[in-house]
Design a protein around this ligand. Structure first.
Ligand code: SF4
Length: 258
């Protein structure tokens, strides 16, 4: 059970607005400091005073000056002066490591994207045994496995397979895409669907219709598009038959000379 401790606001620290402003002005240009916005208790005899920030480019930011009063003292001392963002402040978005920013299509010819040894999407096709191995030892085991002809060094793990399936299902080749929602039928019954082998085959295939948007891509069996092999146009949408050809048999001999 969480215990909530309510801190009583120290009246001396709470009324030390002028002291807080003076401390702030030691570091900051007076033109950058606006009105006192309020104060909040931080702990026993510790109060933070907030002042509006008038500096250009810092809309919504606030100067925060924390003061404290020692026990049995009548004066406060200044603990900290910082600039902090308010609710309406424009702040930088949360940092995302470069590795996580990569999107499909970001790679250019010649780019290399090494996969970590412990990437959860892959598992070794052979066992390292129970011994804890460093990266060099693991590389040696891989080399031996390659020499022995054990095929691929690593294969898709269960987690890697599930991640791929979820991504494909949620993406343009899934049942919720705009194309699929407007399709007359699903890929499941389409003659252009190439079946996969293995566990992913229960939900996905590859589209092999060169006229379709998804040609060459994994598509969910519940996906679909207007290029489905069994699509037929309604009578009213069928192209109108062309009229009979008219042959022009007139020659210069046929003209009457006026
Ligand atoms: S042509 Fe359309 S319906 Fe057929 S497999 Fe490709 S995406 Fe699916």
């Amino acid at each position: 059970m969480a215990i909530i401790v309510r801190t009583k606001t120290d009246s001396v620290a709470a009324s030390a607005v002028d002291e807080a402003r003076s401390a702030l002005l030691l570091d900051v240009d007076p033109a950058d400091v606006g009105e006192h916005l309020g104060s909040q208790a931080e702990g026993e005899r510790v109060v933070t005073h907030l002042f509006a920030c008038e500096r250009k480019g810092y809309v919504g930011w606030r100067w925060s000056v924390t003061v404290a009063r020692a026990s049995r003292q009548k004066q406060v001392t200044v603990d900290e002066v910082v600039l902090i963002p308010g609710d309406d402040a424009i702040v930088a978005p949360e940092w995302v490591p470069y590795r996580e920013r990569l999107q499909p299509g970001d790679m250019s010819p010649g780019d290399l994207l090494p996969v970590d040894d412990d990437d959860a999407r892959l598992v070794p096709t052979y066992s390292f045994g129970d011994d804890p191995l460093d990266a060099d030892d693991k590389a040696q085991v891989r080399e031996v496995a390659k020499d022995l002809g054990l095929g691929r060094v690593r294969t898709l793990s269960l987690e890697g397979r599930e991640m791929a399936a979820q991504r494909w299902y949620d993406g343009d080749g899934g049942p919720e895409s705009a194309l699929a929602q407007a399709a007359p039928d699903t890929c499941h019954g389409c003659g252009f669907l190439v079946r996969l082998a293995g566990p992913l085959s229960e939900m996905f295939g590859v589209c092999a219709n060169g006229d379709a948007n998804d040609d060459g891509r994994a598509v969910a069996l519940t996906h679909g598009c207007g290029a489905h092999s069994e699509v037929r146009l309604a009578k009213k949408h069928e192209p109108q038959p062309m009229p009979e050809h008219v042959f022009d048999t007139l020659s210069s001999d046929g003209y009457e000379i006026v």
